[in-house]
Design a protein. Structure first.
Length: 211
């Protein structure tokens, strides 16, 4: 190996050692930060999994209490659940049990307090609450909470029920007719809506013949 090559290698080594002296602390700090981030992410994931498991246990306990018919004990159990799917499902189960026990006002209060991030679940809660409000003679409140621009057949049917309860037959006819456009011919739900439409003076449209 030539002396020039040795000098080049020595110079390169000195540069590397100099760079490490200047940047070693930052390099070590970066590695430490990276390890801390990885550990923090793993810890957060473990915490979330633990919380999900704990919520599942609490949810099942509330459901078991409801099955035993102990509404007084189940209500605080449901309220103690963390916000999320388990709490929403438990609230719906509680409202159903309250209604079965003849406690309609309690069921209304439970559904009013229920929150759902999932649009489908939120729609079900709104529909059930609206039906209870109609049954309680509060059809106007039911209409106010149902989305006016909804194309969901079930929501439209409930809107029709509310209008019918208020004696607004034309509006009820329009809601039922619109609900029918989203229902399969011959389905049980369609038959129910057609009957309701007839009761408010409407005429169900005949399904178009398919060639």
């Amino acid at each position: 190996m030539a002396i020039d090559d040795l000098l080049d290698e020595h110079e390169q080594g000195e540069r590397v050692r100099g760079w490490l002296r200047d940047n070693g602390a930052g390099l070590i700090g970066g590695v430490a930060l990276g390890l801390a981030l990885i550990w923090g992410w793993q810890w957060w994931q473990q915490q979330r999994e633990h919380q999900r498991m704990q919520a599942g246990v609490q949810y099942q306990a509330a459901i078991d209490t409801l099955k035993a018919g102990n509404l007084a004990k189940a209500q605080p159990q449901v309220a103690a659940l963390p916000e999320g799917t388990y709490r929403t499902l438990a609230a719906m189960a509680l409202a159903k049990a309250q209604l079965a026990a003849g406690k309609r006002d309690d069921a209304i209060a439970t559904l009013r307090a229920a929150k759902a991030k999932d649009p489908g679940m939120a729609a079900i809660i709104s529909q059930r609450l609206a039906r209870l409000l109609i049954d309680a003679g509060k059809a106007k409140d039911a209409l106010a909470m149902l989305p006016a621009d909804s194309r969901d057949p079930e929501t439209l049917q409930v809107r029709g029920d509310a209008y019918s309860a208020l004696g607004q037959q034309l509006q009820a006819q329009a809601a039922y007719a619109q609900a029918l456009t989203g229902l399969e011919v011959g389905s049980p739900q369609r038959n129910v809506v057609e009957l309701k439409l007839s009761e408010v003076g409407g005429m169900p449209a005949k399904p178009e013949a398919r060639s």
